[in-house]
Write a protein that binds this ligand. Structure first.
Ligand SMILES: NC(=O)c1ccc[n+]([C@@H]2O[C@H](COP(=O)([O-])OP(=O)(O)OC[C@H]3O[C@@H](n4cnc5c(N)ncnc54)[C@H](O)[C@@H]3O)[C@@H](O)[C@H]2O)c1
Length: 323
């Protein structure tokens, strides 16, 4: 069986991807320091509890399992924290990633799939963002992602035996439809889990930041992609690279936007309960609209998202949270 190194595999997207890998006949090997991940999210293969910068642990894992492909999810992900504490973000997302990638390629890893983000675009003023849109990250987090994308592209130019896929996610959401893993961040900053917690009185009312954006209802519009579809795109990405596909940067989204109020209305319909919320001021650096043009990913990865309705995303998130 082919073993795949999955850094950050104890986190939200990494764990769902491990499940998708196992379903498709791969053996994920998770390397995670559990800083924001959960031991019980690691259900489809071994866990190596280590930091990605622990070159000895990374090298030993790659050698032990004969690994030639890696998915790199591990990182720090809270955009406002990256503004407050850039050193931590540059260290965890850039310095440590460089050490990880260097150790990986030195020990025979040839195919790399990297978690990038729509944050690399900054505040683009287009209805659907194509991948060739000029990068203009406005947070340290977004800049961190752009640097590692660039490193991977420089690396694959210098080393034609190394191929990399950088996947720019829009808003990953939902939970495993079988309820085996779900969305739970530390700290939680994502809309749907926060709204579900507010609705079930686990948290205070949700704050909706900004009601005066140039959108039909005044709230921000985002592209929500079901985490299981996102996970499957990674497996397809791995297959693409294994077949000799060239290094690429791709968007992963659905190509359809929903405003915050539309998401809250969907949650109320699915859960049959009101979501308590209060209005807050706009947050600095929140674009009015972030919707992917992800047509190229579907074509290149031979990938078709299947859980594309917002109702399904919310229903799966709610089922996991209630359980
Ligand atoms: N959630 C989203 O909507 C979204 C959107 C765009 C990009 N991303 C990217 O996807 C990736 C996964 O995000 P997530 O939502 O699953 O976050 P998460 O916090 O649930 O998972 C991150 C995992 O990485 C681990 N980790 C962090 N630093 C580490 C280190 N130095 N060494 C070892 N393990 C470490 C954590 O313990 C955790 O298990 C991140 O790189 C994130 O930037 C996420």
């Amino acid at each position: 069986m082919t073993h795949i190194l999955v850094t950050g595999g104890a986190g939200f997207i990494g764990a769902h991807t491990c499940k998708a890998l196992a379903l498709m006949g791969y053996q994920p090997v998770v390397l995670d320091n559990l800083s924001t991940g959960y031991r019980d999210f690691v259900q489809w293969g071994p866990l190596v509890q280590a930091d990605i910068a622990d070159t000895t642990a990374v090298a030993a894992t790659i050698t032990q399992y004969g690994i030639t492909a890696m998915m790199h999810f591990a990182g720090s992900i809270v955009v406002p924290d990256s503004v407050r504490d850039p050193l931590t973000y540059y260290d965890n997302n850039i310095s440590k990633s460089v050490r990880l990638i260097q150790t990986a390629v030195d020990h025979g890893v040839q195919n790399i799939v990297f978690s990038s983000s729509a944050a690399v675009y900054g505040m683009p003023d287009v209805a659907r963002i194509p991948v060739h849109t000029p990068l203009n990250p406005i947070s340290p987090y977004g800049y961190n992602k752009a640097v590692i994308e660039r490193l991977l592209s420089d690396l694959s130019t210098a080393r034609p035996d190394v191929r990399a896929l950088s996947l720019r996610y829009f808003n990953a959401a939902g939970s495993d439809p079988d309820g085996q893993v779900g969305e739970s961040h530390v700290p939680e900053t994502h809309l749907i889990p926060l709204a579900l917690d507010a609705l079930s009185k686990k948290r205070a009312a949700l704050t909706v930041f900004g009601r005066d954006y140039p959108t039909p209802d005044g709230t921000c519009i985002r592209d929500y992609i079901h985490v299981s579809d996102l996970a499957m795109a990674h497996v397809q990405g791995l297959r693409y690279l294994a077949k000799g596909g060239a290094s690429q940067i791709l968007n992963l989204g659905i190509g359809q936007g929903f405003s915050i109020l539309e998401v809250l209305r969907t949650i109320e319909t699915v859960c049959q309960m009101p979501v308590p919320f209060v209005w807050g001021l706009r947050r600095e650096g929140d674009p009015a609209r972030l919707v992917a043009d992800a047509d190229a990913s579907r074509r290149i990865l031979d990938w078709t998202p299947v859980h594309t309705s917002l109702d399904k995303i919310v229903a799966d998130a709610w089922a996991w949270r209630r359980a």
